[in-house]
Write a protein that binds this ligand. Structure first.
Ligand code: MN
Length: 249
């Protein structure tokens, strides 16, 4: 089993380190990761400047690009083989609900899925990322069950969110759907030292909605949330209704 590990927080993070360690007990691991924080870069591809790749002292392939760039570079250039599995994360922060649309962590797993490589994105919902170090054995047991599965579904990735608990206090695993996050006050307006305004997106208060099986409920209740995501965003339920709009030239 040859496993590609990547992330969106940059190659020197605790989350990637614990993920790669767990993966090394399950197969041969190569890490291809961004040289800096790339959170919320979604599925961006670097097309308008050159990309550079270097090896860190620890042997990590470091790319000055996005998580999607990393997966493409890994598979088409750096590894010299096609990995059997792609693991992305562990992200420092949750990726639940609409977060998955902005997340570079999830996008890296999506890119692997596009290429036809089974992929799992992992995210830690706690604030203290040092706590991730203790998650190694649990991640090894958990991922081991996924990596050995025959017939990982096509066009589908798994988005995993870990609860903000010590691993020995986790209650179990729940298979979930995406909830909906509602942000308020998510833009700050601030004055710079010369009296001009500038703006900062993020940091607002968020409230959650969703069904009984929503991701945020599972995590809040102390479970690992596993959401199967598909790449096809078509709303098949609405195809007939929109056809009845009779749109014409
Ligand atoms: Mn991130």
């Amino acid at each position: 089993m040859r496993i590609l590990c990547t992330n969106d927080d940059g190659y020197m993070t605790q989350g990637l380190s614990v993920l790669a360690s767990a993966a090394r007990s399950l197969g041969e691991v190569e890490i291809v990761a961004p040289d800096r924080e790339q959170s919320a870069t979604s599925h961006a591809l670097t097309l308008h400047r050159p990309l550079r790749a270097r090896r860190s002292a620890g042997g990590v392939h470091v790319i000055d690009g996005t998580p999607t760039d990393c997966v493409i570079m890994a598979v088409n250039e750096l590894l010299g083989y096609r990995p059997d599995f792609c693991l992305s994360g562990v992200n420092h922060g949750p990726n639940m609900g609409e977060d998955v649309l902005y997340s570079g962590t999830v996008a890296a797993a999506m890119e692997a899925t596009v290429i036809g490589i089974p992929a799992v994105a992992l995210s830690y919902t706690g604030d203290d990322y040092e706590e991730l170090e203790a998650w190694g054995p649990l991640l090894q047991r958990f991922l081991g069950q996924i990596l050995v599965r025959e017939g990982f579904p096509d066009h589908t990735l798994l988005s995993v969110n870990l609860p903000a608990l010590p691993p020995e206090e986790v209650k179990g695993v729940k298979i979930t759907s995406l909830g909906q996050r509602r942000y308020s006050e998510s833009i700050s307006k601030i004055q710079d030292p010369r009296g001009r305004e500038y703006f900062w997106i993020g940091g607002g208060i968020s409230a959650w909605n969703g069904g009984e099986d929503a991701d945020y409920r599972a995590v809040k209740a102390g479970y690992i949330s596993v959401t199967p995501l598909r790449l096809d965003l078509t709303n098949y339920d609405l195809l007939e209704e929109i056809r009845r709009w009779d749109l014409v030239l």
